[in-house]
Design a binder for this molecule. Structure first.
Ligand SMILES: Cc1cc2nc3c(=O)[nH]c(=O)nc-3n(C[C@H](O)[C@H](O)[C@H](O)COP(=O)(O)OP(=O)(O)OC[C@H]3O[C@@H](n4cnc5c(N)ncnc54)[C@H](O)[C@@H]3O)c2cc1C
Length: 454
């Protein structure tokens, strides 16, 4: 960036223009290259953000929008010569409407902060994920995040009623609707959902909220294989108010249990561990519905074990087991994939994947964790040594067959940098052509998060 632009940005932002030496002291988040740019701007309102985007547009400076830097596909990475635009100071909850069950927030509000503000109204966003303390509403929209509750409340696309977005030239598209029904010609703002900062900078989000489940009961359930786990899921779903159905393969569960409980508390048998959570009108009601759903499943040997959390401490432990990163601690440098598969194809997909991985290299290990009711599985493929350079080779195997069965090679973490080649390989030329044209339409000089997605 030239000195003239830096001085204009300093006049605009004062202490909220951070240089490389300050950035070096900051937490870069999930990806080591998130803070590689030499400048970071922290505007505190939409007008200030528009002014800075206009300056960058004039000087043709690339910008990388950032929220909580929890993204898992490298979408927030930056490099020298780019300006990071952090939404961290735009973190105000603008309104909560208990009657219409809506909220409007600035893009830098974290998921946890929004849920804490909604809780006194018996409301929540209805979307939850492990990075809740840092992930921002802007980032959740930009990646169209999914998480634990998508099977019943949809992804961020379904939670979003309206957006305010600053465009590449500094104009502001403000469509902060608070209603679900709005057919006012071509819908523009929804194009920014899942656009990973490549089409515009989201400054505010209007969301539809959900009733906060007051009473929950949680169980860990062991199953011999995915087929039985899916039978269990289907049965429980039809008999209870199911609010979570998370899954871990035995290897992942074992490592988490070793680290969190010294392997003593639970010893599941079988290939799959399910975390099931149901809600009820009272604590007793939730417990009864969970127990009476699990009992026949044990008798019919659809499930092989069941542990029901007896208190909040145990429930928290079960969730920690699900959200723990034991696999990455034990085998750093593994490869992450994020697929979704129609439920009826899951067992075949996993059996086939295991066979193919074994065929190319008997040292490869496969770990699985995910949101079972959506068929969304996070796969980690690793060995005892880091294998970063094998991402594409294994991606071809992981993606094979997904399109044919109606699944997706990119379920909820986005494309970012990581899945660019997979997108190019798996998409039709028509789709890729329209994506490129859309990018050029919204951002003719390719200043917004250049090099990501396409
Ligand atoms: C422990 C853990 C668990 C997770 N679990 C899940 C899960 O279950 N489901 C799931 O979907 N994801 C999950 N994630 C991924 C992550 O939380 C999401 O991708 C999140 O939505 C990103 O939000 P962020 O604020 O951190 O965005 P960042 O990481 O800062 O940015 C992500 C992308 O969004 C863009 N962006 C950010 N803010 C804006 C904005 N205001 N305007 C335009 N573009 C913007 C960035 O340029 C980048 O491309 C998890 C991550 C972690 C670390």
């Amino acid at each position: 960036m030239n000195t003239e632009l830096i001085s204009q940005l300093k006049t605009l932002l004062k202490d909220d223009l951070l240089d490389a030496s300050t950035l070096a002291e900051r937490d870069c988040g999930i990806h080591p290259n998130n803070l590689k740019a030499d400048w970071l701007a922290r505007p505190n309102n939409t007008a200030q953000l528009q002014a800075l985007v206009r300056l960058c547009y004039e000087h043709k400076i690339p910008m990388v929008p950032q929220g909580g830097r929890t993204g898992l596909s490298g979408g927030a990475t930056s490099s020298v010569g780019q300006l990071i635009v952090s939404l961290e100071r735009m973190n105000h909850i603008l309104e909560i409407n208990p009657l219409s069950r809506t909220a409007i927030v600035e893009a830098g509000v974290t998921l946890e902060a929004l849920d804490q503000a909604l809780a006194p109204h018996n409301l929540c966003l209805g979307l939850d994920l492990g990075a809740r303390g840092s992930a921002t509403l802007g980032g959740l929209v930009a990646t169209n995040a999914g998480g634990n509750e998508a099977f019943r409340n949809g992804t961020m696309r379904e939670r979003t009623l309206g957006l305010e977005v600053v465009l590449a030239n500094g104009d502001c598209l403000s469509e902060l609707k608070k209603v679900r029904k709005s057919n006012e010609g071509f819908n523009l703002e929804r194009q920014f959902i899942g656009s990973e900062g490549c089409l515009g900078i989201i400054t505010a989000v209007s969301v539809e909220c959900c009733e906060l489940p007051k009473f929950r009961h949680t169980a860990l359930v062991g199953c011999a294989n995915f087929r039985k786990a899916l039978n269990c899921l289907s049965d429980i779903r039809s008999k209870t108010a199911l609010i979570a159905a998370e899954v871990l393969c035995d290897g992942q569960a074992r490592l988490a249990l070793e680290d969190l409980t010294n392997g003593k508390t639970l010893a599941p048998r079988g290939e799959v561990l399910l975390l099931i959570e149901v809600s009820g009108a009272s604590s007793e009601d939730a417990q009864l519905s969970l127990e009476s759903a699990l009992e026949p499943l044990l008798e019919q040997e659809i499930i092989s074990d069941a542990w029901i959390a007896q208190n909040e401490q145990e429930r928290a432990l079960y969730w920690r087991i699900r959200e723990d990163w034991a696999v990455d601690r034990r085998f750093p440098g593994g490869l992450w994939y994020d697929v979704s598969i129609p439920l009826e194809h899951i067992q075949n997909y996993i059996d086939g994947l295991k066979t193919q991985l074994k065929q190319i290299d008997s040292q490869l290990k496969l770990f699985i964790v995910g949101h079972l009711a959506d068929g969304n599985l996070h796969l980690t493929v690793n060995t005892n040594e880091p294998i970063h350079e094998r991402y594409e080779e294994i991606s071809i195997i992981v993606s094979s067959g997904l399109k044919a069965c109606g699944g997706s090679f990119s379920a909820e973490h986005g494309i970012g940098l990581e899945k660019k080649k997979t997108l190019a390989r798996e998409s039709s030329p028509i789709k890729l052509d329209f994506m490129r044209r859309l990018k050029s339409f919204w951002d003719p000089h390719h200043l917004l998060n250049p090099g990501k997605i396409i």
